[in-house]
Write a protein that binds this ligand. Structure first.
Ligand code: ADP
Ligand code: GLC
Length: 513
């Protein structure tokens, strides 16, 4: 029998998303369920999550939780069979802004409490303190959930096994060390071989120290984070666990990303029939205030506007590109660091005919951008996986990306000689983070774009690569089985699909099977 797994996370599409974490966790949950694993999401009941879940009902009280009394509500990700448990404490989780920031872009001052509450609730569910059936494996994602393995380790009783997946080591959840007391972290866990990190309390380090297994989302990133250049100070801690660190790549959730049936697109297309892509291009030009021109090369950038994504570099490179290529069009969708947002707006006001900038988070535009552009610029100083360039490849938009992390694994780079065979190449890879590095890479893409046969070969190669979740989900299943080999046959954590409202309540969870 396959183990019951609880995925502890701050994001899952469509309940909450600020970046690839939301895509990756929901894609994994769907793929695990397709592989017949009883996978249940556990996340904060943000307002967006309460709206995007169906059939919610209260299944447990958690009195005296960090941050105040809380409840657990069980339901489904709307229109799916994916069960979700929501941790409800409206004072903590229902606020204007996104899951981490207020509307002015400032971190909520109580983020330490908010995510410790998530982890402590996960622990209480997992050791049977609520009527909810206990999981065999608790799979925590990123720093927001990374105290879970510590709390379970400290529980010192029969407990489920724990996995921590690193989606981005740059975000670690650092808080004042004195908070440890309030968060119920036992004194023995507060030292430098515990959660302490340069005088702070570091959530990610807690997960790295106490999870039974650690995974990250690409093979190259798994090697990189063991080095000072990519380890963000945690390379030493990771080095101690290197033999328990596994790389399992993300996939693409093709229920959400498929140019053949994506509901956000004005017209569908596929590798076999690309005609619809032009209509998306024209629609995208309109959406970004650019002149409609099917022939003009259209370069897109769609990401968080941060130094990770080399947004600072792009701002230097765009004017050079536009000066050299009067017909080039650039469209930017993103939000992030305020200074970078302002610089892009400013740039757009000086290049209103060929640079369209939309600052904000907009799922529809995100899909249109991948479908309508000719090429996607995705510079990264580090990239654990990088879903965006995969979406672009699937949508016939050729990525121009840094040769780091998951990008180095998932994009087959076009050889640099101008007349080199396209072969199996799917994009342009570049090294370095100087403007000249990025500029040269875009120039190479523009050269290839001017040769329709080569360009079309690049597009087709990308569109026909298989990026589904099945193989990756099978690797996670293998890992769970290794950790919990004798999981007995049992009922699911949250029993299945709606139909039978009013059915008996078993162990506090209304039975729906
Ligand atoms: P990261 O998780 O580091 O931000 P990924 O490329 O793995 O990078 O995933 C980013 C996800 O967030 C993609 O689904 C992308 O389309 C989406 N995204 C990023 N910025 C925006 C935005 N401003 N509007 C809509 N979607 C966005
Ligand atoms: C992170 C990473 C990104 C990855 C995503 C999902 O946000 O920055 O590279 O694709 O998580 O794992």
């Amino acid at each position: 029998m396959l183990p019951r797994v609880m995925l502890v996370t701050s994001e899952a599409l469509p309940l909450a998303k600020t970046g690839g974490l939301g895509d990756a966790v929901s894609g994994l949950a769907r793929a695990l369920r397709d592989a017949l694993v009883d996978a249940t999401l556990f996340m904060p009941a943000y307002e967006s999550a309460l709206h995007a879940a169906s059939g919610l009902e209260k299944v447990a009280d958690l009195p005296g939780l960090i941050g105040g009394d809380a409840e657990v509500w069980a339901g489904w990700v709307a229109d799916t069979e994916i069960p979700v448990l929501l941790l409800r404490n409206d004072a903590l989780y229902v606020r204007p802004g996104n899951p981490y920031l207020d509307p002015d872009g400032r971190e909520f001052p109580d983020n330490g409490i908010r995510f410790a509450a998530l982890a402590q609730a996960a622990k209480r569910i997992s050791v049977g303190e609520t009527p909810i059936r206990v999981p065999h494996v608790v799979h925590a994602h990123d720093w927001h959930a990374a105290l879970t393995p510590l709390y379970l380790h400290a529980a010192g009783i029969k407990r489920p096994k724990t996995v921590l997946t690193i989606h981005n080591l740059a975000f670690q959840g650092n808080f004042p060390l004195h908070l440890a007391e309030e968060l119920g972290i036992p004194p023995a866990y507060r030292g430098s071989d515990g959660v302490e990190f340069w005088g702070n309390l570091n959530f990610m380090k807690a997960g790295l120290r106490y999870a039974d297994r650690i995974t990250t989302v690409s093979a190259t990133y798994a090697r990189e984070i063991l080095t000072p250049a990519f380890g963000h100070g945690l390379e030493g801690v990771l080095g101690l666990r290197a033999h328990e660190l596994h790389a399992i790549s993300n996939g693409i959730d093709t229920e959400v990303w498929d140019p053949g049936c994506d509901p956000y697109l004005p017209e569908h297309f596929s590798a076999l029939d690309m005609r619809g892509k032009i209509r998306n291009k024209l629609e995208m030009q309109r959406a970004f205030g650019l002149p409609t021109d099917p022939e003009a090369p259209l370069l897109a950038m769609g990401s968080r506007l941060t130094s990770q994504k080399m947004a600072d570099l792009a701002i230097k490179v765009f004017p050079l590109l536009l000066a050299a290529h009067p017909r080039l069009q650039i469209a930017v969708l993103g939000c992030g660091e305020r200074a970078l947002e302002a610089a892009l707006r400013d740039l757009a006001s000086h290049h209103s005919r060929n640079l369209g900038v939309h600052i904000g988070y907009d799922e529809r535009r995100g899909h249109l951008l991948h479908a309508g552009a000719d090429m996607l610029l995705h510079g990264s100083r580090f990239e654990p996986f990088g879903l965006t360039p995969l979406y672009s490849m699937l949508y016939g938009t050729v990525p121009i990306a840094s040769r780091v992390g998951g990008l180095a694994d998932s994009i087959a780079g076009l050889p640099s000689a101008p007349d080199a065979e396209v072969g199996s190449a799917t994009g342009i890879l570049f090294d370095g983070d100087r403007p000249a590095d990025m500029l040269a890479a875009v120039e190479r893409a523009l050269e290839a774009f001017a040769q329709p046969q080569r360009w079309s070969a690049l597009q087709k190669n990308g569109m026909t690569r298989h990026f589904g979740w099945e193989a990756s989900a099978a690797e996670y299943v293998e890992l769970y089985r290794m950790l919990a080999p004798v999981a007995p046959v049992g009922a699911p954590m949250v029993a299945r699909r709606p139909e039978t409202a009013g059915a008996p309540v078993e162990a506090g969870v209304r039975k729906r099977a």
